[in-house]
Design a binder for this molecule. Structure first.
Ligand code: AMP
Length: 424
């Protein structure tokens, strides 16, 4: 027996209501803020990620699905979607449009991680990106959008963590003092942090090991080392957030797992934390497009994990609208009625009525049981008597009430009933 690969899962019909709910909320949010949809391939040139997300991050060092195709080209399943969006922005000359260009996406991402609750090897992200504008108002708007997204889903028990990690000019100075701080603790660092000290010191602040966290607590704080421009940017973001009454917590140890961020970084943390809890995160990445070969182009964005959202919706026992059920079930007795049933189903569907027709050799009782288990409101029964008079029996499955209706009128009758179900 085959099983879904470790760290992946099937989405069965009963789970689909959650996915549809989130996708609908995401789409209307993006419409509200003027973002347009974009879809990029599942796989890309491996270098798109190795160059931008960069070595020294877990994503590139340990988690990429990289493979050679039959022509020997090195490809990677996408580990995140921001770099692909920037690649598409450059490839299609979207920089020629009025800036900022505002785009959103929903789709799978792949990371070879140790699967656990809320952490998968294939997960799905909803994200939005505003490309081509350095205005701190845009950072604040993206943070507001993230907040409004979770509110629209019915999730409100979260906090927004905010930090600035500076730019090319001021970050190197900070990294130096950070290295000096950690240099006196090298013996106490976990093996990953020993490597980070050399390769990617900013990530030292993010280590989840208790012993390393103790060292991080006394580390110099990056906001104290920002250049005047980055300081002003950070203050402006906070000013706009204040003006929009968006609560946030300054967290000087927040650095994010991807290397391309500059200035603003933020994360949405649920209040009841589990191990793998972050609902979403984002920030500014003013160098990324240039690193991909474009002109210097500032940008800011956010991405949330759909699986984590679903876990939180379930934890908070939020009611999700059920997927629509078919309007009618057609049952019949004998072959002649079955032919009529097939014809009727076809006509009803053309009229916009969703229909399931009985198949196989179930008894009428079996057919009614099937209609019931599918939660269908109406059954249309075609028996010998009905057929001879060109009628059909309309049965309300909730009340059990039955009426004989001329076949020629059933579509109109059903359409009226579906629109005003209480008048059946
Ligand atoms: P990132 O691209 O790392 O900023 O991730 C964005 C969001 O995707 C995170 O905040 C999580 O909600 C979600 N996420 C990231 N990695 C995983 C994973 N392996 N499994 C499930 N969700 C994930």
């Amino acid at each position: 027996m085959h099983k879904a690969p470790r760290g992946t899962f099937d989405i069965l019909p009963q789970e689909y209501a959650y996915w549809k709910y989130i996708e609908e909320k995401a789409t209307s949010l993006c419409q509200l803020y003027g973002y347009q949809p974009l879809s990029t391939p599942i796989f890309e040139d491996a270098q798109l990620f190795t160059k931008t997300v960069a070595g020294g991050t877990d994503i590139v060092d340990k988690e990429m699905y990289i493979f050679e195709d039959k022509s020997g080209q090195e490809l990677a399943l996408r580990a995140e979607l921001t770099a692909p969006v920037c690649r598409a922005y450059l490839e299609h000359g979207l920089f020629n449009l009025v800036q900022p260009v505002k785009l959103y996406y929903i789709g799978p991402a792949f990371r070879y991680e140790r699967p656990q609750f809320g952490r998968y090897r294939q997960h799905h992200q909803f994200g939005f990106e505003a490309l081509g504008d350095a205005d701190p108002a845009l950072d604040a708007e993206v943070i507001e959008m993230a907040q409004q997204f979770f509110y629209s889903l019915g999730l409100s028990r979260f906090s927004i963590q905010l930090n600035s990690i500076g730019c090319k000019l001021c970050r190197p100075g900070y990294l130096e003092v950070l290295r000096q701080h950690y240099a006196s603790y090298t013996d106490q660092l976990c093996p990953d942090c020993k490597a980070r000290l050399v390769k990617n010191p900013l990530r030292l602040l993010d280590c989840k090991k208790t012993s390393c966290q103790e060292i991080a607590k006394t580390a110099p704080k990056i906001p104290d080392y920002l250049c005047p421009e980055c300081q002003l940017h950070f203050q402006s973001v906070q000013k706009y957030l204040g003006a929009m009454s968006i609560p946030f917590q300054l967290n000087h140890r927040l650095v994010r797992g991807l290397d391309y961020y500059t200035r603003t970084v933020f994360e949405v943390e649920p209040r009841d934390k589990g191990g793998q809890s972050t609902l979403g995160g984002g920030g500014r990445y003013d160098n990324l497009i240039e690193e991909l070969g474009g002109k210097p182009t500032p940008a800011v964005g956010f991405a949330a994990g759909l699986e984590r959202i679903i876990l939180n919706l379930k934890k908070q026992k939020l009611d999700i609208p059920a997927l629509p059920k078919p309007d009618a079930f057609i049952a019949y007795l004998e072959e002649e009625a079955k032919i009529e049933a097939m014809k009727l189903a076809s006509e009803l569907r053309k009229a916009g009525i969703t229909v399931i027709t009985a198949t196989g050799d179930k008894s009428l009782k079996g057919q009614m049981r099937q209609a019931n288990s599918l939660g269908i409101a109406y059954a249309l029964i075609l028996g010998e008597q009905e057929l001879s008079k060109r009628n059909v029996m309309l049965r309300d499955m909730r009340s059990g009430e039955q009426k004989t209706i001329p076949l020629a009128e059933i579509a109109t009758r059903l359409l009226n009933d579906i629109k005003q179900p209480e008048q059946v």
